[in-house]
Design a protein around this ligand. Structure first.
Ligand code: THU
Length: 160
């Protein structure tokens, strides 16, 4: 038996204003999407914005349903629409922000496991990294240079 250690590297910005301008713009699109989320059940609004290599920005927000599992996260709403509308484009960056309607969300909110697996699919498909930035409603912003850094041991199609 041997132990395997898995390490990851993330960058932490103290505040939104520390981000490069291009990422601030992308995060602003995510904030706008977040504020239009349909989250009457969880009261937890999430917004995502994706920058493509053709210059387009695609946004998504979480869409909930009275039948809870039928809802969808912001990240997957955005990335599946991207796949549908711009199947040839490369995804360069994704900004994510979340804000509870009940309390101030002042810590970075990472994408859930299912969204990480979904984003990983596109990173593998396009054979280039997707930069991920995530934050709450205020405070620190975390950057991951690629989705792979957020999801060690991901499930890959090569085993099918
Ligand atoms: N949610 C997202 O949109 N993205 C995530 O990565 C985590 C959770 C949404 C799903 C649900 O509408 C609400 O947040 C509470 O889980």
């Amino acid at each position: 038996m041997k132990e395997v250690k898995i390490e990851t590297t993330l960058s932490v910005y103290e505040d939104f204003t520390e981000l490069p301008n291009e990422i601030q713009n992308l995060m602003n699109s995510a904030i706008e999407a977040r504020d239009n989320a349909y989250a009457p059940y969880s009261k937890f609004n999430v917004g995502a914005a994706i920058l493509l290599d053709n210059g387009e920005v695609v946004i998504g927000s979480n869409q909930e349903n009275a039948c809870y599992p039928s809802g969808l996260c912001a990240e997957r709403t955005a990335i599946y629409y991207t796949g549908a509308k711009y199947p040839q484009a490369k995804i360069l960056k994704m900004a994510i922000t979340a804000s509870s309607q009940n309390q101030i969300t002042d810590q970075p909110i990472p994408p859930c496991g299912a969204c990480r697996q979904a984003i990983a699919e596109y990173e593998i498909k396009q054979d280039s990294s997707i930069e991920i930035y995530f934050m709450g409603a205020k405070g620190k912003v975390v950057k991951s240079q690629s989705l792979a850094n957020l999801l060690p041991l991901l499930f890959e199609s090569s085993v099918l």
